[in-house]
Structures are given as C-alpha cells and as structure tokens.
Design a protein around this ligand. Structure first.
Ligand code: SF4
Length: 236
C-alpha cells in the first residue's frame, strides 16, 4: 500500500503564486526534498530533522483530510513540498479526481513521475543561481516529457538579483512555448518575523522595471500574494 510523508495539509486558502494565483486551494505539502535552496521558505517540509513532525498517510487519508477541509466541495488541490515528485501521488490524484477535485503540483523539475500527466496544472520551478542549487536540464526535460497529457505546464522562476534575472532569461529561451511566471524572491523566511511590505513592493517594482526595460514581454510578473497578505505565516 502506498504511504506518503506529509508535512502539512491546510486550507482552503488561495494560491498565492503563479498561473493559479487567487484560486481557492487546499495545499498538501509533502515532506522531503532533494534540494537545499539557500532561501527555502519551507524547510519544515524539507529538512529530515523535522521528519518526526511529518505524518505518514495513505492516499485515502490524504483525500479524507482534503475533503474535511473543503467541506466535501471539490476545488483545486495543490501538491507542493518539499519536492512532491520524490513520492507517489498517483493514487491521491486518481482518488480525488473521481470526486471532482482538480490537481496542481509544484516541483523544481529534478525528478519526473508518470503521474505528472494526470495533473490539471504542473508548475515547474527551476531554481536560479542564488538558490545554491544547479538545475539538471536533462531531468527537467524528462519532467516535461512526463507531463504530456497534463492540462497545462508552466514555468515559474523566483528572482533575487541580476544574476538570477539573466539566468531566467536563458532558461526561458530553452522552453519558449511554455507560459512563464516570474516573482521576486522573499529573503525573509523566518515565520516568526514580519515581512517588510515596502521592501516587498520595492523588489516587485525592481523586477517589473527589469522586464519592461528589456522589452521582454514573455513573462508575467507576479507578487507572492500570500506574503503580502499574511507575511511568512505558515498554514495559510
Ligand atoms: S526545491 Fe523548494 S522545497 Fe526544496 S529546498 Fe528548494 S525551495 Fe525548498
């Protein structure tokens, strides 16, 4: 029987980023990740030192909690992490779809899974140089291959500095057919500290001016909506 390491399930709230921004969503955050990004805002779902806080759940138990949170009314379920692609979410998706739930997944694109093709939305979020990680583009392309059949596949890149920005432009050129979303990075990830909204809007303005100044009209530039509303609070 499939068992899944789950760091948290929460919602309904709204999706704060990317192609589904504003969409009512329940989040299923998987525990465990093959990356260690320098600015990760989800280390509670990444670092195996937190493993004792993760639940081991069957697909039925995951969907039972989603159903409880959504009052049994189908909505979008976002499978995030950590890197959810290191686990088998196929049974959760299959089970939820029979009840009308829609599924999105966000992953960095380092591991491909056949169940990507069952998703409504796959968000591939390759990490720029400031993360300290290095993208394996062969693995990334295998994710795109696995996603054939998925409703929509998009790329989302977080930008912290000029180097990230230049890297994002080159990354976008590798996949010109995919919708591209850019967002400024949030350097303050401690949930106990407030977010400086002036700095957050300054970073957004900086990114907007970079893109428009370059006459680069491919990406959509978005804020992290949940950070503007709730700061670094977890579970929202
Ligand atoms: S890939 Fe995502 S979850 Fe994993 S360490 Fe990087 S930011 Fe955190």
């Amino acid at each position: 029987m499939t068992s899944l390491r789950i760091a948290e399930i929460f919602g309904p709230t709204i999706q704060g980023e990317g192609a589904l921004i504003g969409e009512p969503t329940v989040f299923v955050r998987a525990g465990g990740c093959d990356y260690r990004c320098s600015w990760c805002d989800s280390m509670h779902a990444v670092d195996s030192a937190n493993r004792h806080d993760w639940a081991v759940m069957t697909p039925e138990e995951v969907m039972g909690e989603v159903r409880r949170l959504s009052g049994g009314k189908p909505l979008t379920v976002s499978i995030s992490g950590g890197n959810p692609a290191i686990q088998d979410f196929a049974p959760v998706i299959a089970y939820g779809k029979t009840e009308g739930y829609r599924f999105a997944c966000e992953t960095q694109g380092s591991v491909s899974k056949p169940w990507f093709g069952d998703l409504d939305t796959l968000v591939l979020s390759p990490k720029p140089p400031s993360s300290g990680e290095r993208v394996d583009w062969k693995a990334f392309d295998l994710c795109l291959e696995a996603a054939k059949g998925c409703g929509q596949t998009v790329i989302k890149i977080v930008i912290f500095d000029d180097k990230d920005y230049a890297w994002a432009k080159a990354a976008a050129e590798r996949h010109p057919g995919l919708p591209l979303y850019l967002q400024p990075g949030n350097p303050e990830v401690d949930p106990s500290l407030p977010v400086d909204l002036n700095q957050a809007t300054d970073r957004l303005l900086w990114l907007i001016e970079k893109v428009t100044g370059d006459r680069w009209f491919t990406p959509r530039v978005l804020p992290q909506l949940h950070v503007l509303v709730w700061g670094n609070k977890r579970g929202v």
